[in-house]
Design a protein around this ligand. Structure first.
Ligand code: CA
Length: 374
């Protein structure tokens, strides 16, 4: 057993104890295990599931988080719940994870909510919310601000149950083959950007596409696209995007909390004994936090490699550009909320929570960072 695995299992045990101590009424998954506990708690039956992901094989951070979840559930369940992990394309293509889990072809998926705007436009509000909350703020909304219940409601018609399954932290603004000096430079730009961020750029005249991570380098190098976002240095480095576009922009206005999901077929979940359902919930909570720590630590090293070894040109979006993006983002969000009643309720909840937390953050972390780093 590696030291990393030992640390993770220790954290998981602590997390499970924390969930138990907090009581179901304070967890985002309250009631689920209890309502299905009659399915045979204490049974020794074994369950073999397939976990399909939207990530290229072995991709650090994203792909390894799915493997960590599988390893953890196998070990902590004593082998009662095993997950066979598949990279994108091994069993189903990246953008068919939602449908495959929904129809029950497989039991579990690891993907990004923003990919499913075609199926359910409300899911985009749970990752890639432009100018939205940072990870700690977002996790607080999900667990204690009603976000989790709303997220469940989005997936309910599709027979899916979502769980937090990782977070990249604040992302970068993306890789560009040419510089962005004004909002007008988005006009005619061919860019890969999923979800609401893509809608914002489309409003500013860009031609927006979505492509899975495994296709980005070729698309950028061939000129099929002029720019792409993916995540942040730790995960952008192995995709080789720096070889196809020299300008690396920040901040990641479109994805301040890169939240990743575990989605589970409801019938498969309900067929599990209550204690295995609770174990999944606890393991997802653990990997959600672990991935955030992994990205924070590794981004520091990867950014150094990109700049010092590969000569990447870091650029901050000009203030005027950020203002234009922010204005367009508010319009896109308002229109989504007006067109879709559930999206309207999610937006009201999200914005109210963000407004509250912004006031607190201004005098807590915001003012502290300003003092610490000045
Ligand atoms: Ca992204």
């Amino acid at each position: 057993m590696t030291e990393q695995r030992r640390r993770f299992l220790k954290m998981l045990a602590a997390s499970a104890a924390g969930v138990a101590a907090a009581g179901c009424a304070q967890t985002p998954d309250r009631g689920m295990a209890a309502s299905r506990g009659s399915q045979g708690g204490g049974s020794g039956e074994r369950y073999h599931w397939r976990l399909v992901t939207a990530w290229p094989p072995g991709l650090p951070g994203f792909g390894t988080t799915a493997v960590t979840l599988a390893d953890t559930l196998r070990e902590v369940s004593g082998g009662r719940l095993t997950l066979q992990v598949y990279a994108a394309g091994e069993l189903v293509p990246a953008f068919e994870v939602f449908d495959a889990v929904s129809r029950g072809s497989v039991e579990m998926g690891h993907s990004a909510p923003a990919y499913w705007k075609g199926q359910a436009p409300t899911t985009q509000l749970f990752t890639g919310y432009p100018f939205g909350m940072l990870p700690a703020e977002f996790n607080a909304w999900m667990a204690y601000g009603g976000g989790m219940e709303l997220w469940r409601e989005c997936y309910e018609p599709y027979g899916l149950v979502p769980f937090p399954g990782g977070n990249t932290g604040a992302q970068m603004g993306g890789w560009f083959r040419r510089e962005i000096r004004s909002v007008d430079d988005f006009s005619g730009l061919k860019i890969r950007m999923p979800g609401l961020g893509g809608d914002v750029l489309r409003r500013l005249g860009a031609t927006v596409v979505n492509l899975p991570g495994g296709e980005l380098f070729t698309a950028l190098q061939s000129g099929l696209i002029d720019a792409t976002e993916w995540a942040s240095p730790y995960n952008d480095l192995p995709l080789g995007l720096y070889q196809a576009a020299p300008y690396y922009y920040f901040p990641g206005w479109h994805e301040p909390a890169g939240s990743i999901e575990i989605i589970i077929n409801r019938k498969a979940l309900e067929a599990l004994p209550g204690e295995l359902q609770k174990l999944i919930q606890t393991a997802c909570t653990a990997v959600n936090h672990q991935m955030l720590s992994e990205f924070m630590a590794r981004n520091v090293q990867a950014l150094r490699v990109l700049v010092e070894e590969h000569g990447v040109q870091l650029r901050r979006f000009p203030e005027e550009v950020l203002k234009g993006l922010h204005k367009a983002a508010n319009e896109v969000l308002d229109e989504l909320g007006d067109a879709n009643p559930l999206a309207g309720r999610i937006l009201r909840s999200y914005r109210e929570f963000q407004d509250g937390v912004a006031g607190w953050q201004a005098i807590s972390e915001g003012s502290y960072l300003s003092a610490r780093d000045s």
